[in-house]
Every structure is written in C-alpha cells, then in structure tokens.
Write a protein that binds this ligand. Sequence first.
Ligand code: 5GP
Length: 195
Amino acid sequence: MSAVAIATDVQIVVLSGPSGSGKSTIVRELLRQSPIKLTLSVSATTRPPRQGEVHGKDYYFLSSEEFKQRREHSEFLEFAEVHSTGNWYGTLRSELDRAKSEGAWALLEIDVQGAKSVLEQYPHAISIFLTTSDFEQRLRSRGTESEAVIQQRLATAKSELQSATMYGHQVLNDDLQTAVQQVIEILKTQQPPRS
Ligand code: 5GP
C-alpha cells in the first residue's frame, strides 16, 4: 500500500472565516453539540506554538524542512502560506483517514486558499464561511498578537471576505448559540457519508 492513503468517502466539512470571526469557539461548540459526529482535523504548521498549544492536539508543529518533505510526498490534501507570514499550514490526508476510522465527518478549519483547493478536489464537501460584524474588535480583544500582526490579519480578512461567495453557506456569528445552531442545521440537511 502506498504511504498516501486517500479517504475519498469521508464527508468533509470546511469552515473558514477571517481572524476574529470566532472560528475556534464555534469549532469547540460544534464538537460538543453536533448530533453528527465530527472529528476536528489537526493541521500541520511551520509557525511556532503559542503558549499552551500542544503538538498533535492544536497543530502538528513541523519544521520547514519536514513540511516540505511531506509536501513532496503528497501527504497534504491542501496547503497554503497563510497571512503572508512565511508560515505554512496544511491538512494531512491522514487526518481524513482518522476521521473515517472514527466513523465521523472531518471538520477542517482552514483558510480560503485551502478551502478552494479542497472544494476543487471534493466538490461535495460542505463549505461554510463564518463572518461577524465586529471581527476587528474580537481580534484585538484576544490580545495575543502584535499591532503589525493584527494589521496583516485585517488585510487578509478583507481579501478573505471577497472569497466568501465560493462557499456553499455563509453564517453570521454575532451570537454564538445562533451561529452554532445554524451550522448544525446545515450539517443535518446534508446526505450521510457513503459507506
Ligand atoms: P493560527 O496561526 O491563528 O492558528 O491560524 C491562522 C490561520 O491558518 C487560520 O485562519 C486558519 O484558518 C488557517 N489554517 C489553520 N490550519 C490550516 C490548514 O491546515 N490549511 C490552511 N490552508 N489553513 C489553515
């Protein structure tokens, strides 16, 4: 068997949205509340861990060299340089296999470049773009990024908002519970994954 197993029959759910759109909170609540079992795909990244982040749980923190090698071995379903920081992020195909083996749908929290690539490969993936009316304020209130990083993320957010139409669904996250319920309703209307 090749090192690259491709789980084509796992249902993929792609969730994107600008920094500050509350993606992480929505993801946490979805994992808790969704009646459809979801497995969060753990992305690989070359960015250094933030305080408290755990390898294998928050991300697979890889050196640039290892990321490149895995790219060359086609281990990624998608990958992208996010926020023009020189940091690479990607979804390992093995994460789809993991979701499949857990009998779950794979939830991918990725940027718009990654989403585009996934949708090209899996047109039946469920794609949801999250937005909010006060993302700048949320981004700032996190207090984890420098002003330069915030400016960069705001610029990315503006261009990401222009890509929102590529997604099958858009959900406004001004109220957490409402947004979570909307996402759950979207998931419930989709066909179960083929077995
Ligand atoms: P952060 O560095 O704040 O954890 O994530 C920054 C951005 O990277 C987020 O907007 C997130 O959607 C994106 N991201 C995280 N994992 C992946 C991935 O596997 N692929 C792509 N394309 N983007 C990702």
